[in-house]
Write a protein that binds this ligand. Sequence first.
Ligand SMILES: Cc1cc2nc3c(=O)[nH]c(=O)nc-3n(C[C@H](O)[C@H](O)[C@H](O)COP(=O)(O)O)c2cc1C
Length: 343
Amino acid sequence: MGGVAGARLAGAVSEAGGLGTLGLYRSAASDIRAAIEELSALTNKPFGVNFVPEVMHARELETSVDAALAGGARTFSFFSLIPTQLVGRLREEGSRVLMQVGSLQQAGAALESGADVLIVQGCEAGGHHRGTTALLPLLDSIKRRFPGSLILAAGGIASGSALVAILATGADGAWIGTRFVAASESAAHPLYKQRLIGAGATDTVVTTRYSLGWPGAVHRVLRTRVTDAEEPLPARFCGSVDVGGTRVPIPIGSVAVPTASTVGAVEDMAQYAGQGCELIDSVQPAAFIIKTIMAEAEATLARLTSLHTGHMTAGQRVEPGFGAISPGCPVQLETHQTHLRQP
Ligand SMILES: Cc1cc2nc3c(=O)[nH]c(=O)nc-3n(C[C@H](O)[C@H](O)[C@H](O)COP(=O)(O)O)c2cc1C
């Protein structure tokens, strides 16, 4: 997550057993090296680096990739596809290449160009979007078309039950953003974290209003007066941010995410958020978030196992969609599944 996922957050996630990823967006080579160095001092566990090729020139992308390789990065994720030649070079260096996709067609193209892992993004996701389809139907169709592919699912995942749902739909793991924006170690501005805590799914909106720096790109953010105004607000500076010791002004409608070093009208800036923000109720350390999600996933699996193997009676919790049951009538999940397969 560009701007938010610095060494502290990536290091904490890797230390806790996840794949912490540095959101490098389009950082300069010197900043890339410095970030990897800082991260390497925090963890010796595997980590990843992420770039956004759409906002980079081809040469710039290659230079950035070289800097990351030289720093020791071996897991590279890209917001979109990258040239086959660059994939080949990364793989020759023993790196893994992850590409984020938002449609069946993009998934096919990513695999064709040599991606090792697909990050399948649904439109529930916070940040910029690769497509317009919700996660589960997209995941289902991609897994069916490319059954052998390795998939991480992204979009609205903020709980263990959502993790189980994407695993059940064919994903091999989750790629989580928004929930970690509110982590203690994230570089997000404290006001942005606080807004995430109070926000529900309908407080987010898909828009192109924060396009300065990435023209026309569709993204999901928390609603602000910038997204809700009938006409785009007049161009003016609304704050500034520290970039390598220099204060850089932030115009209204800028793609820049408010970070700890941002000053000004944070409430008017791009506060990227997925629909899973509904489940964020406090700022917590990344390790605690991961532990909570894993514990919830285990509880969900135990519940599914008991539904699958045991008999439920009317007194027990039954989720919507499992049909009406009369008191004392046992319901078995298997029966329901058979019914689903033969509509
Ligand atoms: C604050 C923020 C910044 C993001 N920046 C990037 C980025 O730089 N590169 C990228 O590939 N994806 C980026 N994303 C999108 C994520 O890769 C992912 O698709 C998304 O976070 C998943 O949905 P969720 O936020 O609901 O968990 C960003 C997301 C957020 C919330």
